[in-house]
Design a protein around this ligand. Structure first.
Ligand code: MN3
Length: 219
């Protein structure tokens, strides 16, 4: 089951991971997944809750709205919400777009057509995506996104920033913070990215592509 924001009495809880810690082996090792999920991701959820503690009206806002419309968040907690709300959202998106069912599928026809239209070929897209993710300086994320005209782009965001603030809809994401790969790959981020392709959950990515079109009313 896909991860989505879950709250109990306004307090966010870490949703269950859609697979076991060891199920992304050998491309992503169990120890990395466990620490990433139980320490890093949990940490963002905890800090988001701490920031929202005194603001029941913000606890009621959908998480995505909260991190897009940071102007609605009081300045006192804005940075904390940006970092930790984004951290929670981005990690759920990341876990959801990977699968333990490593069949090496490819995108469904509609998405594949859009990728070929905007990047030339699936291979060229993968190459550009890997290059951008590999070259991104510091901690952040690389995304496949859709703009308001339906065109696909590869963008990177620092920290836990989200592309929706620039009007893009997210389709695919990779975590390029060192904590995502350091135990297994050390400084070899390009190797991590190359192996991560084996984990991409294309059926879910296809559903995010469809969702993006719906949100942008392009259907
Ligand atoms: Mn991470």
């Amino acid at each position: 089951m896909l991860m989505k924001p879950i709250q109990e009495d306004g307090v966010y809880i870490l949703p269950p991971l859609p697979y076991s810690y060891d199920s992304l082996e050998p491309y992503m090792d169990a120890r990395t997944v466990e620490i990433h999920y139980t320490k890093h991701h949990q940490g963002y959820v905890n800090k988001l809750n701490a920031a929202l503690k005194e603001y029941p009206e913000l606890q009621k806002m959908p998480l995505e709205e909260l991190i897009i419309h940071l102007d609605k968040v009081p300045e006192k907690i804005r940075t904390a919400v940006r970092h930790n709300g984004g951290g929670h959202f981005n990690h759920m998106f990341f876990w959801n777009t990977m699968s333990s069912d490593k069949k090496d599928e490819s995108p469904a026809d509609d998405l594949k057509k859009a990728i070929i239209r905007d990047f030339g070929s699936l291979e060229e897209f993968k190459k550009k995506f890997a290059e951008q993710a590999g070259a991104f300086f510091g901690s952040g994320w690389t995304w496949l996104v859709m703009d308001s005209f339906g065109k696909l782009h590869i963008v990177s965001t620092p920290g836990h920033d989200v592309p929706m603030r620039e009007g893009f809809q997210p389709i695919l994401i990779i975590d390029v913070w060192e904590h995502a790969y350091y135990l297994k790959y050390q400084n070899r981020r390009p190797e991590f990215i190359e192996n991560w392709w084996h984990l991409v959950n294309w059926p879910v990515v296809n559903s995010y592509f469809d969702r993006a079109k719906l949100k942008l009313e392009l259907n």
